[in-house]
Write a protein that binds this ligand. Structure first.
Ligand SMILES: Nc1ncnc2c1ncn2[C@@H]1O[C@H](COP(=O)(O)OP(=O)(O)OP(=O)(O)O)[C@@H](O)[C@H]1O
Ligand SMILES: [Mg+2]
Length: 239
């Protein structure tokens, strides 16, 4: 059963078509990877799915119902949450406060605090509850971003480059968190630039280029796809 259906979704910014009639669906329990060159429209697509941006055209259905026009905080309550590519800092809050705030979506304060501590432990941030996000390494900031999402008890998480900027070794921790979440039944859509990481994590992938979906398939099929190779490496061979 599809948990998410994106149908002919388009986003125009003035003359620029950032997302160009994109359609795909995500099955319940799946990990779908989204890749594409810089500026391909990946983050914009997440904005359209998660209620942060209104689409110019098209429809988005979550668990069978259209969610176009539903604001992000209501979507979070319904079980759809996104992470942000640019990690927000919340300078004066502790990591525990940040995650507790997210947990308050479904829990009273006392419970939310305990739950937030548990989530921080699950993502590998135990011992760092009272640091401010500013004091965290990039890797830990990314884990905090994931923890914030997890604390809302989502059924569908959209992760925007939570592994970008990390070394391959540093991606192990977030990758393990993603797999564990998925094993618990959470459906995941993840944007990543790091090919070896997304290839290992995703069951299926879609590729965007200049706003349009140019390929869809298993990681192996994507690796071998001619349109994908052209998008990444250019088609410079003159006949
Ligand atoms: N709010 C906006 N107003 C105008 N143009 C925008 C806006 N947001 C994004 N764009 C443009 O839309 C295009 C797609 O941007 P987007 O951030 O979705 O790409 P991306 O695939 O996430 O890129 P990256 O890999 O660098 O994160 C870009 O040309 C970008 O400059
Ligand atoms: Mg982006």
């Amino acid at each position: 059963m599809a948990i998410l259906e994106v149908e002919g979704v388009t986003k125009r910014f003035g003359g620029l078509v950032a997302v160009d009639s994109v359609s795909f669906s995500v099955e319940k329990g799946e990990i779908l990877g989204i890749i594409g060159p810089n500026g391909a429209g990946k983050t914009t697509l997440f904005g359209l799915i998660s209620g942060f941006l209104p689409p110019t055209a098209g429809d988005v259905r979550f668990e069978g119902r259209s969610i176009v026009g539903t604001p992000p905080h209501l979507l979070v309550k319904q079980g759809l949450v996104r992470s942000f590519q640019i990690v927000q800092t919340f300078a004066d809050m502790s990591t525990l406060d940040v995650v507790t705030t997210a947990a308050l979506v479904r829990r009273p304060l006392r419970e939310a605090i305990d739950y937030a501590a548990l989530i921080l432990e699950r993502v590998g941030l135990s011992g760092k509850e009272f640091l401010t996000p500013k004091q965290l390494s990039l890797q830990d900031k990314k884990l905090l971003e994931v923890a914030k999402c997890v604390a809302t008890d989502p059924r569908l998480i959209l992760l925007d480059e939570v592994m970008a900027g990390l070394t391959l070794a540093e991606t192990e921790a977030p990758l393990a968190v993603v797999r564990e979440l998925n094993a618990q039944g959470v459906t995941i859509v993840m944007i990543e630039h790091v090919m070896p990481v997304i290839m290992r994590a995703a069951h299926r992938m879609i590729v965007l280029n200049f706003g349009a979906k140019i390929a869809e398939g298993t990681p192996q099929q994507i690796l071998e796809d001619k349109a994908v190779k052209d998008a990444y490496f250019g088609d410079h061979i003159d006949a």
